[in-house]
Design a binder for this molecule. Structure first.
Ligand SMILES: Nc1ncnc2c1ncn2[C@@H]1O[C@H](COP(=O)(O)OP(=O)(O)OP(=O)(O)O)[C@@H](O)[C@H]1O
Ligand SMILES: [Mg+2]
Length: 206
């Protein structure tokens, strides 16, 4: 199974959610998870590589680095292991042809969104594009970095509009703990809304 976390907007929380989803699937659901870091900055791989050395025999997921320019071959390889959940961490951009085979091959696309106007516009464009290139993928939106003290005027409208493309899950709050996410973070202890969202994804799509 291939899960892709994507949005053409950078900094919405793709890599953070990938770490937490991987933790959740390994720690709570005993699944085999391999993350593929396709971002040339390799921040996911570097964090995993540093943190896993802190424990002797850590129960964790694996992370491999892979070049985006070889994405077609990568998909062929991943399809050979249907029992593994592959989580793809990609850079925040649409204008890279090498992303297309990944978008087309994904079984589930998780799209972190934010309720500010600019981020929403690009999320809407991304959702339309994704439905066009891969109509059968399950598209799931996770509102992230939601400030509890802010009243977002557009929230209802954004939720309604995105519903025509997929499922819009619960708001994940903007919290300092989210900056300290590690490969050992316990999702149920970290945040209820996030835990509900990941349970929803697990029960409905995995
Ligand atoms: N719910 C949250 N509350 C507070 N901070 C958050 C939350 N989610 C993510 N962040 C922070 O936002 C920043 C960007 O997150 P992250 O790197 O996961 O985004 P990204 O979409 O992978 O970015 P890029 O497009 O650069 O790859 C990080 O500093 C992360 O700790
Ligand atoms: Mg990232």
């Amino acid at each position: 199974m291939i899960i892709l976390t994507a949005n053409q907007k950078g900094g919405v929380g793709k890599t953070t959610l990938n770490i937490l989803l991987s933790n959740f699937l390994v720690q709570e659901k005993n699944k085999k998870v391999v993350c593929v870091d396709l971002d040339f900055q390799a921040s996911l791989f570097n964090q995993w590589d540093t943190e896993r050395q802190q424990l002797d025999n850590p129960e964790t997921f694996f992370v491999v680095k892979h070049s985006l320019t070889d994405s077609g071959n990568l998909i062929k390889q991943l399809k050979k292991s249907p029992d593994v959940i592959f989580i793809l961490d990609v850079p925040g951009t649409l204008d890279n042809n090498h992303l297309l085979p990944l978008y087309k091959a994904a079984d589930i696309v998780i799209c972190p969104i934010m309720f500010d106007k600019l981020t929403f516009k690009s999320s809407f464009v991304f959702a339309k594009f994704m439905k066009h290139v891969n109509p059968t993928a399950d598209l799931v939106f996770i509102p992230n970095k939601v400030k509890t003290i802010v009243k977002y005027e557009n929230e209802k409208k954004i939720r309604e509009e995105l519903k025509s493309f997929g499922t819009v899950l619960q708001n994940v709050p903007d919290k300092a703990e989210m900056h300290r996410v590690s490969i050992f973070t316990d999702v149920p202890k970290l945040n209820d809304m996030l835990n509900n969202n990941l349970n929803f994804i697990y029960s409905n799509y995995i």
